[in-house]
Design a protein. Structure first.
Length: 573
C-alpha cells in the first residue's frame, strides 16, 4: 500500500472519530431510555413521552413559527437590499457594499444585549425617550415577546441573506429584464416575474440556510424568550440538561434528533425542488447592465439599506458603549459616566480566565482547523483516494447539527467513553467541539482556493525533483494563502462568538467570554456584560484586520456558498 493511502486512511479515521460520535450517540441516546452510562434498552419510550405531551407541540410550533417569520422578514429585507445595490442607480452603492455585510460579522449576542437596553419595557432607552417626549404612561416596545425575538433574529439574518444573494444579482444578464421593460412591464412586475425566477437557486439556498439558522438559534430565545416563558427546541434542550435534577439527557437527545431531521428534510426539499433544472444567467455573450432608475425613490432606497447597519450594528453597539460607561444600568447621563466598570471587569478572576481561555482556544482551533481543513480539501481536489467522498461527507455533516445539539451529543460521548470523559470540564472538550462546528466552512474555504490552482504547477515542481512536502510548502501553500487565512479566521470566529456549543460543555476554570457574558447577565451585572461584549468585539475586529494584513489585496475564498454547503460532493455523485 502506498504511503499516501495510509496517510489518507488515517485522515478518514480522524474525521470519523471527531465527527461521528456526537451524531451516533445523540441518535442512540434518544432511543436508549436511560441516562448515559446506565443500563437501558432500545425503545421509543422517550419519543412517546415527549410527543404525547401538548407542550412539546407548542414548543415545536414556536420553533417553526419564529424561524419561518424571521426568515421571511430577512429574505424580503436582504434580497431588496441586494437588488438596490446591484441593479439600481441608488446613491453611494459602493459605501453600502461595505456597510451592509458588517452586521454579519458582529455576534448576534451583542445585538441582543443592545436591544434589551433599547427596548425592554422597564427602562429601555427607546421607551424612556417616547415616554418623555409624548407623556406616555406605558412602554411602547417590549423586546421580551414573539415580535421582539423575531425582529432581533431577522436583523441578524438580513446581512446573511444579502451575502448569499448579492452575487446572483450581480452576475445576472439584464437582457431579459430589458426585454420585459421594452414590452411595457413595470419595475415591480419585472422584479417579481423576471428577476427573482432567474436567481431561484440562490434565493432557495438563502431561505433554507436562514431557516436552519433560525431553528438552531439559541441566544435570542434564551435571553428574550425565557423571561416570558417563550420556549423553542434549543432552549428546551438547554433546560432539559441544566434545570432538571437529574438531567433529562434522553429528552434532550430526542429533541435534538428532531431538529436534525427537520434540517435534513429542508436540504432534501431543496434538491427536489431544483432537481435538474438549469438557471443559466451568464453566457458567452458579453453584456453591460443598465441600472434601473429609481428617480424619486433613490434616497429612500439609500435610507432603507442604511437601516440594517444602524439597527443591527451602530445602535446596539452604541448602547453597549454607553452602558459600559454608566454607573447605573439603563441610565445615561453625563454626570454618571465612569470607567469603573472596566476596572471591575478586568480585575475579576473569571473575566481574566475567560479572556485567556478564549484567546488560547481561538489560536489552537485556527491552527488545527487549518491543518485538518487543508488536508481534507487536498484529498478531495488532488487525489483519487477511495474514501475521499466519505471524508467530504463527514466534513459537511456538522452543518446539520445546531450548536446546542452538538453539545448534547458531546455530553453523551463524555458519559459513555473513557477517552471523552477525561476531557469533560476542560478546555480540550471545547476545542474538540469548536473544531467540529467550524469544519464545514473551513473545508469550503480551503477547497475554494485549491480548485483555482492548476495541477501543472505541482507537476512541474515534481519533474524538477521536489518532494510532496516541498511541493505543498513552496507551491501550494503560498497560492492558497487567502483560503488558509479565511479558514483560520473562521475557526477563531467560532470560538470567540459561539455560545450554544460551549453552554453545556464548559466547567469551572474553562469558561470562555460568551459563557462569562451569559453568567453575568443572569446575575444582573449588566455593565460587566457590556464591557465583555465590547472586548469580544475588539478581538473580532483584530481578527479581521489580521486577515486583511496578511492577504493584502488578494481576494479571500468565499466562506458562504449556498450550493456548496447544501450539496456536498458525496451527494452530487
Amino acid at each position: 500500500m502506498r504511503i499516501s493511502n495510509v496517510l489518507w486512511s488515517v485522515l478518514l479515521l480522524i474525521c470519523a472519530v471527531l465527527v461521528l460520535p456526537p451524531f451516533l450517540l445523540i441518535a442512540l441516546g434518544s432511543f436508549w431510555g436511560a441516562p448515559p452510562g446506565e443500563p437501558g434498552a432500545l425503545s421509543l419510550r422517550t419519543y412517546i413521552e415527549a410527543y404525547s405531551s401538548p407542550y412539546t407541540y407548542s414548543v415545536l410550533w414556536n420553533s417553526l413559527y419564529i424561524a419561518f417569520m424571521k426568515t421571511c422578514l430577512a429574505m424580503i429585507w436582504g434580497v431588496t437590499m441586494a437588488w438596490f445595490v446591484t441593479r439600481t442607480d441608488m446613491p453611494f452603492r459602493g459605501l453600502m457594499e461595505v456597510l451592509i455585510p458588517v452586521p454579519f460579522f458582529i455576534p448576534g449576542l451583542f445585538s441582543i444585549f443592545g436591544w434589551i437596553h433599547l427596548a425592554n419595557p422597564q427602562n429601555g432607552l427607546m421607551n424612556q425617550l417616547l415616554q418623555t417626549l409624548f407623556g406616555l404612561e406605558h412602554p411602547t416596545f417590549n423586546i421580551y415577546s414573539y415580535g421582539g425575538i423575531i425582529f432581533v433574529m431577522a436583523l441578524g439574518s438580513t446581512s446573511f441573506v444579502y451575502l448569499l444573494t448579492v452575487g446572483a444579482f450581480r452576475g445576472l444578464d439584464p437582457a431579459l429584464e430589458e426585454s420585459a421593460r421594452t414590452c411595457g412591464a413595470g419595475l415591480v412586475s419585472t422584479f417579481f416575474r423576471i428577476t427573482l425566477p432567474m436567481i431561484a437557486p440562490a434565493l432557495l439556498g438563502a431561505f433554507i440556510l436562514s431557516f436552519i439558522r433560525g431553528l438552531e438559534a439559541f441566544e435570542a430565545p434564551v435571553l428574550l424568550g425565557s423571561p416570558v416563558r417563550i420556549y423553542v427546541f434549543t432552549n428546551e434542550i438547554y433546560r432539559a440538561v441544566t434545570f432538571h435534577d437529574p438531567p433529562q439527557y434522553d429528552l434532550a437527545a430526542a429533541l435534538g434528533v428532531t431538529i436534525i431531521a427537520i434540517t435534513f428534510l429542508m436540504v432534501f426539499a431543496q434538491w427536489s425542488i431544483l432537481g435538474e433544472r438549469q438557471f443559466f444567467t451568464i453566457t458567452g455573450r458579453g453584456y453591460h447592465p443598465h441600472p434601473f432608475k429609481l428617480r424619486a425613490w433613490r434616497w429612500p432606497a439609500f435610507l432603507f439599506c442604511s437601516l440594517n447597519f444602524l439597527l443591527d450594528g451602530a445602535f446596539p453597539i452604541a448602547v453597549l458603549v454607553a452602558n459600559s460607561l454608566s454607573s447605573i444600568p439603563g441610565v445615561y447621563r453625563w454626570e454618571l459616566l465612569t470607567l469603573q466598570n472596566y476596572g471591575t471587569a478586568f480585575s475579576d478572576k473569571i473575566v481574566i480566565r475567560a479572556l485567556y481561555n478564549t484567546a488560547l482556544l481561538a489560536v489552537l482551533a485556527a491552527l488545527l482547523g487549518i491543518l485538518l481543513s487543508g488536508l481534507i480539501a487536498y484529498v478531495n481536489t488532488r487525489t483519487r483516494f477511495w474514501g475521499r467522498r466519505f471524508i467530504d461527507l463527514l466534513s459537511w455533516l456538522p452543518w446539520t447539527m445546531p450548536g446546542i445539539v452538538l453539545g448534547v451529543g458531546m455530553l453523551w460521548a463524555v458519559l459513555m467513553f473513557p477517552l471523552y470523559s477525561s476531557l469533560y470540564g476542560t478546555l480540550w472538550i471545547l476545542l474538540v467541539a469548536f473544531m467540529i462546528k467550524g469544519l464545514p466552512l473551513g473545508v469550503r474555504a480551503m477547497t475554494g482556493s485549491l480548485v483555482q490552482i492548476h495541477r501543472e504547477l505541482e507537476e512541474s515542481a515534481r519533474i524538477h525533483g521536489a518532494s510532496w512536502s516541498q511541493n505543498c510548502w513552496h507551491i501550494v501553500l503560498p497560492l492558497v494563502r487567502p483560503g488558509v487565512l479565511a479558514a483560520g479566521i473562521f475557526f477563531a470566529y467560532t470560538v470567540v462568538r459561539d455560545l450554544s456549543t460551549a453552554a453545556l460543555l464548559y466547567g469551572y476554570g474553562s469558561e470562555v467570554l460568551t459563557v462569562a457574558m451569559l453568567r453575568y447577565w443572569s446575575e444582573g451585572r449588566q455593565q460587566v456584560v457590556s464591557v465583555l461584549a465590547l472586548t469580544t468585539l475588539v478581538l473580532l475586529v483584530a481578527l479581521s484586520a489580521l486577515q486583511r494584513l496578511f492577504t493584502g489585496r488578494k481576494r479571500a475564498a468565499p466562506l458562504l456558498e449556498p450550493e456548496a454547503v447544501l450539496k456536498p460532493a458525496a451527494a452530487r455523485g
